[in-house]
Design a protein around this ligand. Sequence first.
Ligand code: AMP
Length: 426
Amino acid sequence: MTEEKLSTFTAPKGTYDLLPTVNSAAYLAIRERLSAPLRRAGYGYVETPVFEDVKLFSRGVGESTDIVTKEMFTLTKRSEEDLALRPEGTASVVRAALEANLHKLGNLPVKLWYSGNFYRYEKPQKGRYRQFSQVGAEAIGAEDPALDAELIILADDAFRALGLRDYRLLLNSLGDQQCRPVYRTALVGFLAGLDLDEETRRRAEINPLRVLDDKREAVQAQLVDAPKLRDYLCEDCKAYDEKVRELLTAAGVAFVDDPKLVRGLDYYTRTTFEFVHGGLGAQSAIGGGGRYDGLSEMLGGPALPSVGWGLGVDRTFLALEAEGVVLDLPATTEVYAVALGEEAKNVLFAKVVELRRAGVATDLAFGVKSIKNAMKSANRSGARYALIAGDRDLAEGVVQLKDMESGEQTPVALEALVTTLKEKQL
Ligand code: AMP
C-alpha cells in the first residue's frame, strides 16, 4: 500500500466555526439580546427541523425566487419526498403552526420566535455565507397594523439595546390582491420598453416585481422612472400603511421610504421592511421582514394574515464590529485554582466543585503543570482571582487568594472560602 498523506479538513466553503477565542460568546449574547424584546412581548419559542419537504419552500417562498431556483441545498434520498435544508424560517414556522393547529387554540395572533441556522447556496463573501444564523419572529393570524408596528419596534429595540446606531429602517407597502395586480400590469408595460438581458426578462415574466429588487447598478439605472407601487395602493392598503407609519413615529422609530423594496421572497403583501447598516458594504441588510397574508393558504391552511421578520446574527456581529461596539460579556472564569501537589489538588478540586455549585465560575489547572505554567493559565483564563494551595497552606487550613490585577495575595480559611468569594460579588 502506498503511503498517502492524510490531508486535514477545513470548514466547507461559505461556512465558518464559532470559537470561544473569536466569536462564540458574542454570538450567544447577540442571539440572546435579539430575542429578549420578543420574550417580553408574548412570543413563544419554536424550533423546527433544519430540513423540510422541498415543496414547502418552492410553494411557500416562490418558484421564481433566487432562493428557490438557485440557492436551495436539496437532499435526495431513495424514496419519500425530496428534502431541502431550510433557506429561511417563515415557511417552516407556519407549517409547524398549521400542523399543530395552534391557530385553533383561540388566541390569535399566534406569536412565535426562533433562533437557528439557515442554508443558501450563495457565492460566499463577507457577510454572505452558505450557513448563516437568524433570530426570527412570526405573528400568525391577525391583520392589524399595530402588529406590524410591534414587530418593527421590537427589532429596532433589539438592535438599539445591542448598541447599534448606524442603521436605517427602509419601509414599503406591496399592496394586496386588489391593488397589486393593477400595479403589476403597469410595471409589466414599463419593463417591456427596457433593454433587459434574457434572465431578467424571464424573471419579469414570472414575477415582475422582483426585477425591482435587482442589485445591479445598470438595471437600477433603467428603473429610475418605473411606476411606484405607492401610487397604486388601494384605499385599504393606504390606510393600513399610514397606520403602521403613525405607530412607528409615535414610538420614536425613524424610517425611510423605499418604493423599490420588494425583498427576495414571493409571499409578502402590504408592509415590507429592511434594516440596513452603514458599515457593512454590499451585504448591508441586518434584518428584514414583512406581512405575508397569503402564505398559510399557499401551504394548504386557512386564511391567516401574518407578519414576521428575520434578523441576521452574522451580520449583526459584523455591524457591531464596524461600529466598534464591545459587548459586555459575562466572565467565563472568575476564579482559577492552582494546586501544588497531590493532596492540595484533592482539596482544591472539592472547593472548585463547591464554588461552581454556589454559582461562581471556577476553573482548575488540570494535568501536571509547573506552578509557572499553571499561573500562566490562570492569567490567560481572565479570572479575577487565583486560588493557590500547597501542603503548607493546607496544614494551616488556608488557601492563598490572589487578586490577579493587584497581585495582592491573602490567606483565607478553607471553611470561609465560598462565603469570602461570594462577598466579593462574583
Ligand atoms: P432574508 O430572509 O433574506 O430577508 O434574510 C433575513 C436576514 O438574514 C438578512 O437581513 C441578513 O441579515 C441575514 N442573511 C440572509 N442571507 C444571508 C447570508 N447568506 N449570509 C449571512 N446572512 C444572511
